[in-house]
Design a protein around this ligand. Structure first.
Ligand SMILES: [Zn+2]
Length: 74
């Protein structure tokens, strides 16, 4: 079964992967893998200061993009 995150689900308002919920659970200095069929998000990372990043795969490389919890709740 395909799973889509709240950012790219073609079935909005329905989605399987709640990025905001994952972001709230992940501990500082850790990351949580995200497997979404629809977009290139691979993980959510929270740094030691509590700042959130989306790890995206771009041309085979992982890039970190700064994000806020408000944006994830979108
Ligand atoms: Zn997605």
């Amino acid at each position: 079964m395909s799973e889509y995150c709240c950012k790219c689900s073609p079935f909005l308002p329905d989605y399987e992967i709640d990025l905001a919920e994952i972001a709230l659970k992940v501990e500082k200095g850790h990351s949580e893998n995200v497997i979404c069929e629809g977009c290139n998000i691979k993980a959510i990372y929270k740094d030691d200061a509590g700042l959130l990043y989306l790890a995206k795969e771009v041309d085979g490389e992982i890039q970190l993009e700064s994000i806020t919890i408000e944006k994830l709740m979108g």
